[in-house]
Design a protein. Sequence first.
Length: 405
Amino acid sequence: FLSSEIGRHPHLDAYANLVTSSQLNLAKTKTKKKNKKQSKTGGGGLKGFGGSKSSSVTAGAIDRSKSALNFYNYLSKNGAESNLERVGLGYFPLKIDDDTTIQLRGVIALKDISKGDPIIEIPYRMALDLGRESADPTLPATAFLQKYCAWRSGADVPPGDRDRGDYFDMLPPFLSDDCLGSTDFFSDSALDMLQSPMVKEETLERKKLVKLRYERDIESMTQMSSNLYQWDGEAATEDHLHWASWIITSRVLTVQGPPESSFSNRLLIPLIDMCNHSRESPHILTGRAMPGGLLKVVAGVDVKAGDAIDICYGGGVEGNDRFIQDYGFLDSSPEAYKIVAKKLLGKGRSIAKMTAAEQEVELQSLKATTLEEDETLLGNCSEIDERAALGYRIGMKHAIRRLRG
Ligand SMILES: C[S@@+](CC[C@H](N)C(=O)[O-])C[C@H]1O[C@@H](n2cnc3c(N)ncnc32)[C@H](O)[C@@H]1O
């Protein structure tokens, strides 16, 4: 998303003492659980993974679920222990609408950290390197799915992958609510409700890519060997590859190779991939995809214990047309809509240029309903995907209005 001991753990006790609910400013948050379908996505685009596994976690708590403890232990055993003095996983309130707040899992500072100091440091060897950068997420998704299936089915795995299961267990599960905000999982009607032929077309193209990749690289393998790509005793399906592709688009970082090289690789980096997005985040990602490399989030400002450690996805240049496809949420920052509106109106210096004809098709499509009609529809809508679609087009219409003055 960018260019550039089970049981008690010594640091976990520190977490509990150091970071109290009030430091997290969560104690006063009322969390109202709504009907599942209504709970995750709304006008501002919302949702986040972790919510589905939070049974042992209360609002504002550091994540001390069994899976999280295994994960902290995994970090400790693999040379990333120092991180646990500085950060942990925590839950942050995310307001969806006037009476609904969900808890979004993310990274939380456990102590004050000075500007310029590392917040997170993960050795490159802990990252899952999924190969060279390209626009097609289905290739790294296939590599990831193979490893994930091997872990799930308890198959023999290479020594380097042995404890990766403790990381895999922290990922949003197959078809959990977390991925449902991404257009990849939208119904046909929700895709139309976006009023964006551009996003619909790209989504359909990606679905085709998943189908082709599945038929070419996975189905044939499952026919040749009953050990590969096993999911609950059966061959993994196209839907599993679909989910794996979303894991790639929503969590992978593109990281430059050694200084003398010109390539970049796609990496799943445990812990760093648990940082949420904030467009205002001042923190800096550094490091290289090379043996001995250290992948870091460095503090861009002084950090206080209890602060969320967010990073800015997409290098700060991507708008909500990408966010709703790749991450499955809408960035509520006006800038995230303005970036797309500028593209449609031919203003600014967007790298992703559109032809005049493409701009016209998008603008006409948005004229099918008025903002007021959209707001009424949103008020009566409970489906995750349709709410996300309405949120997108409402945000776009506001942004276009503002730009036109
Ligand atoms: C790289 S992961 C970040 C960590 C994730 N929350 C977790 O618990 O592992 C990206 C996913 O987190 C969620 N997310 C991140 N930032 C968000 C935000 N500002 N608002 C809503 N959801 C967000 C989305 O589900 C997104 O696809």
